[in-house]
Design a protein around this ligand. Structure first.
Ligand SMILES: [Zn+2]
Length: 198
């Protein structure tokens, strides 16, 4: 039993080791890690990391497992706009924040609307690029819900652009991913873009 625990501890650093690493960074920038305001910072930063990166412990399949087939005669797209996105770029760990707009055309099955924002959280709470985040959300919907089509758009501001001397502090990055009818049919794409803007 003890041996097994040792194997686990070598594959993933302990909490104490993570806190020690944050303390090293504090020392690296020339701060005094024992100063009163800073002494508890390693603990707080590791706790914040647990929150920022909780997506690694979440499973899109579980979130999308419960579906409903009673949609009456409804055969149009389902669009949820302005879902908050808060993620961290994998290059600098700087936040990027904005909104996701997600549409799908059901093939007889729908999911609870709150599930779409939880789905965003699964992938946003990881080290990310906006491009991959967009693709992963669309891919998960295709895989688990099997809709006739899916469209995902993310609009976000990247703090690594704002803060690192790049002279683009109001630039918004827009990414899109279309699948199924949204990929095949220009009118469907057009209609999605119009509904997002309206
Ligand atoms: Zn970055």
């Amino acid at each position: 039993m003890k041996k097994k625990l040792d194997v686990v501890s070598t594959s993933k650093p302990s909490r104490a080791e993570a806190e020690r690493a944050v303390k090293t960074l504090i020392e690296y920038i020339g701060e005094d890690p024992e100063r009163e305001g800073v002494r508890e910072t390693p603990k707080r930063v590791v706790k914040a990391f647990d929150e920022y990166f909780k997506g690694y412990g979440l499973d899109a399949g579980e979130i999308l497992a419960k579906t409903f087939s009673e949609v009456g005669d409804y055969d149009g797209p389902v669009l949820v706009k302005n879902i908050s996105v808060e993620s961290r770029c994998e290059h600098h760990l700087a936040p990027f924040v904005g909104h996701a707009h997600i549409a799908y055309v059901p093939d007889g099955r729908v999911v609870g609307l709150s599930k779409l924002s939880r789905l965003v959280g699964v992938y946003a709470n990881r080290m990310q690029t906006q491009e991959r985040l967009t693709a992963e959300i669309a891919g998960a919907l295709e895989k688990h819900l099997k809709p006739k089509g899916v469209a995902v758009m993310i609009e976000a501001e990247h703090f690594c652009m704002k803060l690192r001397g790049v002279d683009e502090d109001h630039a918004v990055t827009v990414t899109t991913r279309f699948g199924g009818v949204y990929k095949k049919d220009a009118d469907a794409r057009e209609s999605f873009l119009k509904m997002v803007k309206d």
